[in-house]
Design a protein. Sequence first.
Length: 278
Amino acid sequence: MENLNTMIKPTWCPGCFNFQILTGVKNVVFNELNSGKKRDEFAIVSGIGCHAKIFDYLNINGINTLHGRVLPTCFGIKIGNPNLKVIGFSGDGDAYAEGMEHLVHMARYNVDMKYIIHDNQVFALTTGQSTPTTEIGFKDKTNPLGAKLNPLNPIKLMLSLNVGFVARVFADVKSVEDVLKEALKYKGFAFIEVIQPCLIFHQDTGFKERIYSLQEAKHDKTNITEALKKAEEFDYNDSKSKIPTGIFYQKEREIFEDKFEQLKKLKDKKMSWKDIKR
Ligand SMILES: Cc1ncc(C[n+]2csc(CCOP(=O)(O)OP(=O)(O)O)c2C)c(N)n1
């Protein structure tokens, strides 16, 4: 486990839920290494924001990229070496504001990579401005009279784009661990929204009391109609509603890498572009 640590001291606020995400991810990678995978088989990418510091605290190769550019960077890595297990990390601002155009197209492309969104409903690093998942009425420096714009429902968006692995979990170690383990087994683009309060700029709205597990409730994750119904149960404006968590939808479909002969060859022969003689 120590090999996954870096020398850098975390600068997240004490108690920040990003620590839980970090530990969950670390546990999963640790188990993968124990079962024979090599650290070099993984690559991570993060954007800009508090979430992005996870890059500094995980001793795994990768790129800390520009704000909103996590997915095209992951995509580039996969094209260079489709055998890598690539995990991208974004904030809700990074994913749904600066990065939205990439999210929509990467969802369509279905590249075999995993995407974790640390959704604290604010631009935290820049001190708490509203993002596309901030609820109406939230007061911040850019909306002193309260936010007026309707928030996004990221789960519904992903389902409408035919994404084959759509999940939401709360930011606790075990939930992050469980869902990432499943996502790594899944072949294709896995979308994992991790909801978390920001202790400073967007405090808890009773998440823990409102959350229930889709899997314990025997939700049929192969049924898109049921998944869409579940996605409707919670929107960010409703501070009273129940919040379904777990895997909303899971179905494999052809991945980008298998549609292109050159990439498929690299994948099947376990090679990267640098192994090819020109
Ligand atoms: C293109 C661009 N726009 C704006 C910024 C300023 N900026 C830096 S961090 C940040 C907020 C990040 O928020 P989010 O992605 O939600 O992550 P969090 O800090 O909440 O984890 C912003 C707006 C930037 N660095 N680059």
